[in-house]
Structure formats: structure tokens, C-alpha cells
Design a protein around this ligand. Structure first.
Ligand code: PLP
Length: 406
């Protein structure tokens, strides 16, 4: 079994060598965004230095080279998630835009007033608000499947929430707050038994675990480049061709058209129908470099290493008196949300920061979940494959020091 050489890997990430407040950075905010390996930064520079030209429009050499890079990046994404065709890969600005696209286009085609979208209680705002916005336009209702005290989705309750008016189930693969890994295979199976398509929010999963859209048989799957070691400003919408064919364009403009007259426009073939305007072809090339980097490390080796780090960090943190972990699912990703009695998460985060330790504090864009948990916010440490047990020990030492201060 291939194991990761963490000290070599850390050398690929220049930012990990920097200091903050005179201390070596301990970066534990990977669920918010990941750091970038040098190859991703180099790709961006190389693209601007040697290939930059607008894609799809030019007969000249550079435009064709840029187009080839962009389309090759699409194939890299296709292979990474094992999609059947590159026509099923739509480039967007991120998970948020991908979900907004589906909310707008899917609902316009397949929903009428009174129809329902089913989500779960652990969704990020970006898998709640787009449905509400579209719901206001069309008179749609949001249904929410509950979770248990460990932070696991209650599958029987999810199935009970399905009604004859349910048009789509949109569910996160991994919770950015609780770390819960949802049983998406079973969710897709349940949904399809009822003839309902499923959208998977994979913003927190593609970087941690193998995702195979064909094995899963999901209808839509979305993720962000910046959370999988790629650049900001790029995201992916995977959708089965049958849905993309049936859905109207999301935005209008260049690239997405076939012919335009003042009377009528016909639209481009897939996936361009959903990619209005100049795409971020530099970003997509750098995303492909990031995916190649992750693939070379091996997603299974990454998953094993991160799981060991999660187990170690959980054990260590639970030795702190008064520390409570929120989210104790049987199947959990490398995200630990916690609270310590008598210490506000904001104070904990600020004091850890002064020790060079970057964690996130607050509601993590999941206010309804915070309300359900009965807390204003949490402290969240989220780990990537470049984090180490030594960094976990530093986090622990920092927390213990803060506890003593209070
Ligand atoms: N969904 C989940 C589960 C997330 O964790 C995030 C970001 O934290 C998003 C969606 C939104 O991602 P982005 O801001 O990159 O669009």
C-alpha cells in the first residue's frame, strides 16, 4: 500500500514554511480553503507566459493552444470523477455558482408551484439559499431531513420526507461543520426508487475521498477548485447529459450561443450552453494540475493518512477537560468542530491565532445547523494531507494554555 511522504509533500507547499507572529504557521483551516502546491502556481504563470489567448474564438495558434488546454482540463475533471463524457462537465466559479445554476435551470424546467426540494439539516448556506431564492420565484417549498445527536443523517426520516411533490434531493456528501460523511450511495438509491434526481454537494469530499459519479449514479455533483488545492474562482458542475439537455441556459452571452438574431437565439451544444462569457481557462488549467497532483499522491493514500490524523486529533483533544466535540458520526472526515466550557469560540480562535495556529470560528455558513445544535458557533480545525501529528500536538498545547488562562 502506498504511503505519503509528508515532509516531501510539505516542501511542495511554499506557504507552509512561512511564519506568522514569529511562529511557524500551523494551518488548520483547510475546509475553508486549501493551500496550493508550487506546481499549481507554476501552471498559472506558465499559462500567462506562454499560452494566454481567449479560448474557442480564434483561428490563431495561441487561441487554439489555450482552447486545447481548457478542453484537456475538462477531460482531467471528467476522469477524476469518472464521468461518462466531458459534455457532462460544466465549469463554473465554484460550488455556490454550480448549485445556483441547478436551482435556476433545473427548477425552471421541472418544478411548478407547490413542488418540493429536499435537503438535510447539515447543509451549507450555498445548498439552502439558492433553493429559497428560486422557491420565492416559483412557489417551491424546502423540506429538511433531520440528523441525530451524533450528527448523522436519519435515513428513514429522509425517506419519510419524500412526497409526491419532491422534485430533487440536494445533499452534502461531507458536512463542513460536523465532518459527517453521508451515505450518498444509499441516498441516491432511495431517491431513484422514488424517481427523484439527486444533487451531491462534494465541496468537502472530492479532496478527501474517492468520488465516482458513475458508480454513485448521482444526477448532479458540484465542487470548488480552491478546496482541492486548485485556484480560487473555478468550480465544477457535473450533470448527467439528459438533465443538461433538458435544462435551459443559466446565463446568456458569448460562448453559449449557436446563432443570434435580434428575434431569436439558438444555443450552443453541451457543455458550452451553460458557460456564458470567457471562461477562466487559466484557472481550469491550474485546477487540472491540482487534480493531477492529488491523483499522483493517490486519493486512497490521502484518505488513509487523513483518517489516522483525525483519530489521533480526536483522542488528543478529548483529553482537554471541558472540551466537547460537535459531530461524532461513525463515518467522519478530517474536520473537528469543538467548544470548551466557558471559552467563547471567538476568543479561542483569536488566541490560537497569536500562537500561529489558524482555525476557523463562527457559524461556518451553516446557521440553521448551529441553531439545531443550540450554539452560536464552534471552533473548527480541519486537516489536509500536509498536516502532521506534531501540528495536532501544537494545537492541543495551545488549547491547554488557553484553558489555563481562563
Ligand atoms: N458546500 C459546502 C459543504 C462547503 O463547505 C462550502 C464552502 O465552505 C460550499 C458549499 C461553498 O463553496 P464555495 O464558497 O467555494 O462556492
Amino acid at each position: 500500500m502506498k504511503e505519503l511522504d509528508i515532509s516531501r509533500i510539505r516542501g511542495d507547499f511554499p506557504i507552509l514554511a512561512r511564519e506568522v507572529y514569529g511562529k511557524r504557521l500551523v494551518y488548520l483551516d483547510n475546509a475553508a480553503t486549501t493551500q496550493k502546491p508550487r506546481c499549481v502556481m507554476d501552471k498559472i504563470t506558465e499559462m500567462y507566459a506562454t499560452v494566454n489567448a481567449n479560448v474557442h474564438r480564434g483561428v490563431h495558434f495561441l487561441s487554439q493552444a489555450a482552447t486545447e488546454e481548457h478542453e484537456s482540463s475538462r477531460r482531467t475533471v471528467q476522469q477524476f470523477i469518472h464521468a461518462a463524457s466531458s459534455n457532462e462537465i460544466v465549469f463554473t466559479r465554484g460550488t455556490t455558482e454550480s448549485i445556483n445554476l441547478v436551482a435556476s435551470s433545473f427548477c425552471r424546467s421541472f418544478c411548478t408551484a407547490g413542488d418540493e426540494i429536499l435537503i438535510t439539516a447539515m447543509e451549507h448556506h450555498s445548498n439552502i439559499v439558492p433553493w429559497q431564492l428560486q422557491g420565492e420565484i416559483q412557489g417551491l417549498k424546502l423540506q429538511v431531513a433531520p440528523i441525530n445527536s451524533k450528527g448523522e443523517l436519519i435515513l428513514e426520516e429522509l425517506e419519510k420526507k419524500i412526497s409526491p411533490r419532491t422534485r430533487l434531493i440536494a445533499v452534502t456528501h461531507i458536512s463542513n461543520v460536523l465532518g459527517t460523511v453521508n451515505p450518498i450511495e444509499e441516498i441516491v438509491a432511495i431517491a431513484h426508487r422514488h424517481g427523484i434526481p439527486v444533487l451531491i454537494d462534494a465541496a468537502q469530499s472530492v479532496q478527501h475521498t474517492r468520488v465516482d459519479v458513475r458508480a454513485l449514479d448521482c444526477d448532479f455533483l458540484v465542487f470548488s477548485s480552491h478546496k482541492i488545492y486548485g485556484p480560487t474562482g473555478v468550480g465544477v458542475l457535473y450533470a448527467k447529459e439528459k438533465w443538461l439537455d433538458a435544462m435551459p441556459p443559466y446565463q446568456g452571452g458569448g460562448e453559449m450561443i449557436e446563432t443570434v438574431t435580434f428575434e431569436k437565439t439558438t444555443f450552443n451544444k453541451l457543455p458550452y450552453k451553460f458557460e456564458a462569457g470567457t471562461p477562466d481557462y487559466i484557472g481550469t488549467a491550474a485546477l487540472a494540475t491540482a487534480l493531477d497532483y492529488v491523483s499522483a499522491l493517490g486519493i486512497d493514500a490521502i484518505a488513509r493518512y487523513e483518517h489516522a490524523l483525525l483519530v489521533y486529533a480526536t483522542e488528543r483533544l478529548l483529553t482537554v477537560p471541558g472540551l466537547r466535540i460537535l459531530g461524532n458520526a461513525g463515518n467522519k472526515s478530517s474536520v473537528i468542530s469543538f467548544l470548551v466550557d466557558g471559552i467563547h469560540p471567538y476568543d479561542m480562535g483569536t488566541l490560537l491565532d497569536r500562537m500561529g495556529i489558524a482555525v476557523r470560528t463562527g457559524h461556518h455558513c451553516a446557521e440553521p445547523l448551529m441553531e439545531l445544535l443550540g450554539v452560536d458557533g464552534t471552533v473548527r480545525a480541519s486537516f489536509a494531507f500536509y498536516n502532521t501529528k506534531e501540528e495536532v500536538d501544537q494545537l492541543l498545547k495551545g488549547i491547554e494554555k488557553i484553558v489555563r488562562m481562563f
